[in-house]
Design a protein around this ligand. Structure first.
Ligand code: G6P
Length: 367
C-alpha cells in the first residue's frame, strides 16, 4: 500500500501531485505540432462547425467541470450551452434541438445517472460525446464519440487529477470549436494553445506553496460552516472547492454565487464564519470584493483566492492565497489546487479517512 502511494500519506495527496503530469498527458494526446488533432475522437471539423447548441450532463465534480465549461464555451466559441445534473436531466423531458450535441463527462464512465442521460439523448436522436477517463467503460462504449482524459487510475474517492484533465478536455474542445466556427483568429488560437501548455508548470508552482495552505487548514479544522463565493467562472471554481471540503472534512460548506448572497445565505454569517472568496476573473474582481466587504462587516473571516498581482485583495481579506496568472479561461486549473489542498489538510487535521470518506463511493453505479 505504502509503495502504491508513492511515498505520500494518502492517495489523494499523491493524485493532487500528479496533476501537472495528468494535465500534460491530456494536452499532449490532442495537441500535435501546435494544432489540436481530434482524429482519435472521431469528431470532424464539419460536425463541430454545424453545432448550434451543446448540452452538458454529468454528476458531482464532472458536473462542476460542465459549469466551468459553459462560461468558456459561450464566451470563446460563442455557442449556447446548457448544463444539467444527469439525475435531473434523465427524469425531465429535455428538449434537445436539432444540430445539437450532448456531452457526458465522467471519470469512471460508469455513473448510473450519466449513463441513463446518455441513453436518453441517443433515443432522442442526438449525438453524444463522452469525456471519459476509464478506457472501455460503459459511457465510453455507448458514446458516439469519445474524448479520453489521461489522468491515469484515480483511487481517492474525492477526485482531483481527473477533474483537472476534464477541464483540459473542455479547453481543447472549446478552442477547436471557436476555430472551426471562425470565432477566433489564428493568432488567438496559437496564444491560447501556448498558454495552455504552461499549465503543468504553473500547477507545480501552486503545489510548492502547500505548507501555507496546510497551516491555514489546521487553524480552520474545527469550523462548523464554510462558504465559498465567486462570480462567473469563479462561481464554478467555488462549487468544486466547496464539494472538496465537505466530502472529506465533513464540514458543512456551501458555494454561492456572490451576487446571490443577499437573497439568503448572508443571514448565516456570524462572527468568525470562514468565507472563501474566489477572485480570478479580472472583470468581476471589484464586484466580488464588494460582496466580501459585506460579509466581513457581519463578522466573517475572509480568505481571498486570486492571482499574483491582485494584491488589493489584502485590503479586505484576512488571509490571501495567490496562484500564477494565466489566461482567464484557464484560471480554474490553478485556483482549484489550493482548494483541493485545503480540503485535504482539514481532513488530515481531523484524523479522518481521507481516501475513503464515509457514505461515499468512487463511482455511483446504482441510482
Ligand atoms: C462520485 C465521486 C465524484 C465524482 C462523481 C461522478 O460522487 O465521488 O468524485 O465526481 O461520482 O463520477 P464520474 O465517474 O461520473 O465522474
Amino acid at each position: 500500500k505504502a509503495a502504491e502511494k508513492g511515498g505520500f500519506e494518502h492517495f489523494m495527496l499523491k493524485e493532487i501531485h500528479e496533476q501537472p503530469k495528468a494535465v500534460k498527458d491530456t494536452i499532449n494526446a490532442y495537441v500535435k505540432d501546435g494544432e489540436i488533432v481530434f482524429s482519435q475522437v472521431g469528431l470532424s471539423d464539419e460536425q463541430l462547425k454545424n453545432l448550434e447548441r451543446i448540452y452538458i450532463v454529468a454528476c458531482g465534480s464532472a458536473y462542476h467541470v460542465g459549469m466551468s465549461a459553459k462560461y468558456i464555451l459561450e464566451s470563446l466559441a460563442d455557442i449556447p450551452v446548457e448544463v444539467d445534473l444527469a439525475s435531473e436531466f434523465r427524469y425531465r423531458d429535455p428538449k434537445l434541438i436539432e444540430n445539437s450535441m450532448v456531452i457526458v463527462i465522467s471519470q469512471s464512465g460508469e455513473t448510473a445517472d450519466s449513463l441513463a442521460a446518455l441513453r436518453l439523448s441517443k433515443e432522442k436522436g442526438r449525438p453524444v460525446l463522452g469525456i471519459v477517463n476509464v478506457i472501455g467503460s460503459s459511457i465510453a462504449r455507448e458514446s458516439d464519440y469519445v474524448l479520453y482524459t489521461y489522468a491515469g487510475p484515480e483511487i481517492s474517492v474525492a477526485t482531483t487529477k481527473a477533474y483537472s484533465t476534464q477541464l483540459v478536455a473542455m479547453y481543447l474542445l472549446t478552442i477547436q470549436l471557436a476555430k472551426v466556427k471562425d470565432k477566433i483568429t489564428e493568432e488567438r488560437e496559437a496564444e491560447l494553445l501556448t498558454e495552455m501548455a504552461t499549465l503543468p508548470d504553473k500547477i507545480q508552482r501552486v503545489l510548492e506553496d502547500k505548507e501555507r495552505i496546510q497551516w491555514f487548514a489546521s487553524k480552520y479544522a474545527n469550523a462548523k460552516d464554510i462558504f465559498f463565493i465567486g462570480r462567473g467562472l469563479d462561481y464554478a471554481i467555488s462549487l468544486e472547492g466547496s464539494l472538496k471540503m465537505k466530502e472529506i472534512s465533513y464540514i458543512h460548506s456551501e458555494a454561492y454565487a456572490a451576487g446571490e448572497l443577499k437573497h439568503g445565505t448572508i443571514s448565516l454569517i456570524e462572527d468568525g464564519t470562514l468565507v472563501v472568496g474566489v477572485l480570478t476573473q479580472q472583470a468581476l474582481f471589484e464586484k466580488t470584493v464588494s460582496n466580501l466587504v459585506e460579509v466581513k462587516s457581519r463578522g466573517a473571516y475572509l480568505m481571498g483566492l486570486t492571482s499574483y498581482g491582485n494584491y488589493a485583495v489584502e485590503d479586505t481579506a484576512d488571509f490571501s492565497v495567490y496562484v500564477p496568472k494565466t489566461e482567464q479561461y484557464f484560471m480554474n486549473s490553478l485556483a482549484i489546487v489550493p482548494l483541493q489542498l485545503m480540503g485535504y489538510y482539514v481532513s488530515v487535521a481531523k484524523g479522518l479517512d481521507v481516501d475513503k470518506p464515509r457514505n461515499l463511493a468512487k463511482s455511483v453505479t446504482v441510482e
